[in-house]
Design a protein around this ligand. Sequence first.
Ligand code: CS2
Ligand code: MN
Length: 361
Amino acid sequence: MQMTWRWYGKDNDDITLDHIRQIPGVTGIVWSLHDKVAGEVWEEARIKETMDYIRSKGFNGDVVESVNIHDDIKLGNENRDHYIDIYIDTIRKLGREGVKVICYNFMPVFDWTRTDLYKEAEDGSNALFYEKKLVDGINPREVADRILKGAAGKTMPGWEPERLAKLEELFDKYKDIDEEKLYENLQYFLERIIPVCEEEDVKMAIHPDDPPWPIFGLPRIIRSREHIRKFLSLVDSPYNGLTLCTGSLGSSADNDLPSIIREFSDRIHFAHIRNVKIFENGDFIETSHRAQDGNVDIVEVLKAYHEAGFEGYVRPDHGRHLWGEEKTCRPGYGLYDRALGVMYMWGVWDLLEKQKAEKAE
Ligand code: CS2
Ligand code: MN
């Protein structure tokens, strides 16, 4: 596996590449042009400038997370070809600068959803939390306001205040889009872009829905083994692949992650690794990476990747906020817990490698 770290950019992240250089074994930076809204053109000069900077610090910039998809593509309306043309232009430019994987998602309206960004745990750390009853019982506007207020001006991809200002309008547009229709619109998009990806050698890696169930009546189509199977069959090319996020899929106890990884390993281009603890009432909280701390057995997850001979990109997904860092860090993206997660993953991986070498002797 190739260890990476999600970084928000030179003037947009308190964690610098010089900090990240000190975390053992991180070779790649996962980046994006975070000021770009879905559907905007990405200029070659900006792409080159970011890649050069990342490379100047000794990292690769092989993975971009995310190039977001304009709602008109998800809605499949008459403007979609215009936005797909822009997407294709971005794929080509990224490919020519050496980018290998593009992570994206196809969730309508909301990217990830939580009800509390700083839920305190017994040990005094805090983390992103989802209260099921609350989401089931209130309207999307209230949830959005809660998140934006909680973030207190820290920008977060997927939660752009300008876009969310038009929430009611957005919901209205999706009222006739069910699961089937959303798959059709995704297929249309993939059929246009995947041939370009094959030419440019850029792999697409869809991120699962978070949480992995429909919310506010919106369809969610990447949330279980069956959904993933269907997705991969829409366009059967290795360039049409997955970001396998154990955090997102792992909030549903029905998802057997090691077995899902074994089934799809040749189509997983990017692995997001995170643990979550699920409560009986359907609530969940993000935890440390340690297997015992949550419902996702991270040791088994890593074993599944190891057995599959996985050589793709991995990153710690979210982390808890430790030692007071919630005052400054972007929710889920502090330094400490993600760095601890990296070391936990290496601990397990290095042992697996050693055992393999010993067996081969
Ligand atoms: C990420 C997602 O921070 C996060 O929750 O796991 O936002 C992810 O980046 C997007 O869904 C991918 O497009
Ligand atoms: Mn993720």
